[in-house]
Design a protein around this ligand. Structure first.
Ligand code: PHE
Length: 365
């Protein structure tokens, strides 16, 4: 074995045994670097006789080529092993749920509307809607509030400018959700059981009034409906909504043009640390009554206005402020904050986007 062959065996053996990329590099420098052993041999070629160079030259070049190839092979092997190890360690479990929490929150008004829909769905009520830009007839006349009726003045209505001579209808922003009663009775044959949540508008603004607020209307039309059905429905609804059986209602005779008889409904409450807690009999010690909603038996004239025979069909209706329901249950004290769009308020009072209210899972989950 020539010296070159011995050197080749020694170098390629060392390269094959190199345990990491740094060791491979050190061997490369030692053999092929500026002061490397093979580089030194190549330099000796210049001082050789032509015959000697012809004999030795190819051997030295062969040595350099085999060492270069051994270095490249070892480097590739070590890099491949490193990649394999990385792939084996860096596992991504695609079955894990997404970690990022949803941003934003559900506004208390939306949450309460969802709660109401859930509670009333359980009693067989569908959700109905109507336009916010309403005509005079649906908002007033059909509800037994004729042109000259003083109730019109009480509603602080936002009217649109009258368009053209003899325009069919004077348009306005609906002042209550009651026009949805009319639209529903005209579109669907009884029996009817609906709630109609939505925005309403009145020209009024202070700590407890905003020009836009929310109501939910309830309407039942069927045969043989009486005030007992109304009272049971309201009691069942309020118990589910406030999540307590300790709800006592007081029905006070009242007046609405579209119901006859009419009743204002009060609920008993007590004051706790400056907050109203709904529950208990308003006549008991430490308790009081709070006016909560308007209701009554649908006026015969309203039923007739919708083309139904009031001798066959009766019903009850009620209307309640959604914002007020939200304030009572979740403890806000200024209605105006509902519509300021302040992110701090929304993140404090808002609800998780994925926690949908259900009667079985908790209505305020
Ligand atoms: N529409 C009435 C209001 O806005 C409330 C109401 C609805 C009263 C249905 C009775 C029946 O004040």
């Amino acid at each position: 074995m020539s010296d070159y062959q011995a050197m080749q065996a020694e170098l390629t053996g060392a390269i094959a045994a190199a345990s990491d990329l740094d060791a491979v590099e050190a061997l490369r420098v030692a053999a092929l670097g500026k002061a490397g052993s093979i580089t030194g041999l190549l330099k000796t070629l210049g001082g050789m006789s032509p015959e000697e160079r012809q004999r030795v030259g190819p051997q030295i070049h062969a040595l350099r080529e085999s060492v270069t190839a051994a270095l490249a092979a070892r480097k590739a092997a070590l890099e491949g092993a490193a990649l394999e190890a990385k792939l084996a360690n860096e596992k991504l479990d695609m079955t894990l749920p997404a970690a990022a929490a949803p941003r934003g929150s559900v506004h208390p008004v939306s949450q309460v509307m969802d709660e109401l829909a859930e509670i009333f769905a359980d009693m067989g009520f569908a959700v109905a809607t109507g336009p916010e830009i309403e005509d005079d007839w649906h908002n007033f006349t059909a509800l037994n509030i004729p042109e000259t009726h003083p109730a019109r003045a009480m509603h602080d209505t936002f009217y649109f400018p009258e368009v053209g001579e003899g325009a069919a209808q004077h348009m306005l922003l609906r002042t209550h959700t009651s026009p949805v009663q009319i639209r529903t009775m005209m579109e669907k044959a009884p029996p009817i059981r609906i709630i109609a949540p939505g925005r309403v508008y009145r020209s009024d603004s202070d700590a407890t009034h905003t020009p836009m607020f929310h109501q939910v209307e309830g309407l039942v039309i069927d045969r043989g409906i009486h005030m007992g059905h109304l009272k049971w429905t309201l009691e069942t609804f309020l118990k589910a909504y406030f999540e307590t059986d300790d709800i006592v209602l007081r029905l006070r005779p009242s007046y609405f043009p579209f119901t006859e008889p009419s009743a204002e409904v009060d609920v008993g409450y007590r004051q706790e640390k400056g907050r109203r807690i709904v529950g208990g009999n308003g006549d008991d010690d430490g308790h009081a009554w709070m006016e909560l909603l308007g209701s009554g038996m649908v006026n015969r004239r309203v039923i007739a206005n919708c083309g139904l025979d009031p001798d066959v069909w009766q019903g009850f209706a009620f209307g309640v402020g959604v914002d007020r329901l939200a304030m009572l249950k979740y403890g806000m004290d200024d209605l105006r904050a509902f519509f300021d769009g302040d992110l701090r308020w929304l993140s404090h009072y808002g609800f998780g986007a994925l926690s949908v209210p259900t009667l079985s899972g908790g209505i305020s989950a």
